[in-house]
Design a protein around this ligand. Sequence first.
Ligand SMILES: NC(=O)C1=CN([C@@H]2O[C@H](COP(=O)(O)OP(=O)(O)OC[C@H]3O[C@@H](n4cnc5c(N)ncnc54)[C@H](O)[C@@H]3O)[C@@H](O)[C@H]2O)C=CC1
Ligand SMILES: CC(=O)C(=O)O
Length: 604
Amino acid sequence: MSSKSHLKDAKNPRFGHLLLSTSGPEECALTGSALLRSSYHNKGSAFPSNERKDFKLYGLLPPNVQTLEDQVKRAYQQYSSRTDALAKNTFMTSMKEQNEVLYYKLIQDHLKEMFSIIYTPTEGEAIQNFSRLFRKPEGCFLNIYDQDRVEDNLAQWGEPEDIDYIVVTDGEEILGIGDQGVGGILISVAKLVLTTLCAGIHPPRTLPVVLDCGTDNEHLLNDELYLGVRKPRVRGKEYDDFVDKFVQSVQKLYPRAYLHFEDFGLSNARRILDNYRPNIACFNDDIQGTGCITLAAIMSGLHVSNLKLSEMKLVVFGSGTAGIGIADQVRDAIAAESGKSKDDAAKQIWCVDKPGLLLKSLGEDLTIGQGPFARDDKDWQGKDHNELLSVIKEVKPHVLIGTSTKPKSFTKEVVEEMSKHVERPIILPLSNPTRLHEADPKDINEWSKGKALIATGSPFPPVEYNGKHYEVAECNNSTAFPGIGLGTVLSRSKLLSDKMLVAAVKAIAAQSPALKDPSKGLVPDVIDVREISVHVAKAVIKQSVEEGLATEEGIPENDEDLEEWIREQMWEPRYRPLVHVDQEKASKHGRGELGTGGVAKQAK
Ligand SMILES: NC(=O)C1=CN([C@@H]2O[C@H](COP(=O)(O)OP(=O)(O)OC[C@H]3O[C@@H](n4cnc5c(N)ncnc54)[C@H](O)[C@@H]3O)[C@@H](O)[C@H]2O)C=CC1
Ligand SMILES: CC(=O)C(=O)O
């Protein structure tokens, strides 16, 4: 377990109200080797001599004092010596356990290169191998067979004001690789790493959680080293009670925390979101985050094609959590832009899944999310609706989205058919990991003769046609959820409303490089994501204030001040001076990690 600091609210001289502290000294009661083992406070070879003296570190470190930059240089050499992606990922996990500031600084300085290592696709591999690679636990493990302990287990992470952001998964539908049981904890960890990297959410104020409900993954059930509950997944009332117990405990213990649901299975994701959204500030990334980033990509593609949302026709291939999340977001945006009813707006969207086009006659086989998009059977009588290609021929869509996990399903024929009817087909194969993409952007580009506007779920290199280069944007919810979370956390919004999400989409779309140059990405590049997050957070905060949902009192009214206020509260990886406090003072803060360790309240 690494220790965490208690970041106190501080007065900002300029605005005169409370801010999360990002500067100034941090209090720490740990000394000697306990301090070196605290990943949040550890500076390793960068401890300055005064801190070596005050914190009893002499003799525990080699004599030369290094800068963070020196450390990054050394760590990057070590990272580069690992030859395969998974080995690089495990190296980074160890680095995080040893020194969080160095970990975040190393990634920040090599963001483009390391993003796919610490996130999809390589994190997917790490999750699949969780029980084999396991060395040190991170996060909160809650067990459906131990429901009475949920509140106590969660209470170990601090006092009511200590936690801002929780990511929780039940591990059922991870990153396109299905049920990973308890290994899902690593997606909660990875998404929180992104909130820090991309939006400056303070690492010690976050909490990754897995709800271990068993697994239906036979491979894991038969693996003698599997670390989770080795039983089939619990479903039905017992599952719902468990989720509810968790949510109620979070509300009781950490009433300020924003709850991010991640990678729940198809049958639960939407139900859970619909259930809690009216009452607490919560978010489902696969539904809403994916919906937001994809709508932003569509909006910038439509801008290039000079087309209005209300004229656009969209086919979604793979109508599960992400596909329907996108369909919802697009439908709502069409309705808002055109004044159409949601039902009429839904008529611009055709959803395809395993049985082919979703038709009303599928009845109870349709999920609650799919229902509103199912088409009248009579409109398709005598027409082939079983294959994607025939649906494309009939509908002649402007936009095709893949969230099916079916690789190579956007065939040459499909892409050629789309290109026949539309000047600039917008084609977004979003399934992760890379091997599951519905098509390779290089092929889409060739088959459409350079006309397609493409974005993908995982990173791809630029493509070329007739000597011209086209950037392939990564359309991944990682560009959306950190800024949405930052805005909701900073405004202490009671809820995350639809309008706050729309505001976020507009803020992302407005920053899309393709607006200025159509050969550039349809959504902003990850390298710019911190800046994008400031704009997204600003839009979210303003909307929250407008709807009377924000409870933070000191939000500046004017745009420039608001931006500065946001930036000042974003955590950055740099060493802050440490001030030694005694155990007695530390325990007043309620976080045991300020003490010498071994206290029940000691956090991660
Ligand atoms: N780029 C991004 O930001 C995101 C990408 N994704 C990716 O989208 C994919 C789907 O994720 P979820 O929606 O969470 O999974 P899901 O399991 O909820 O949905 C997948 C859907 O595809 C359907 N499907 C499977 N095989 C099919 C086939 N042969 N033809 C037509 N439909 C088929 C399934 O029946 C299901 O409805 C994953 O690969 C995931 O990594 C998900 C969220 C965000
Ligand atoms: C990106 C993401 O959330 C997924 O692939 O599921």
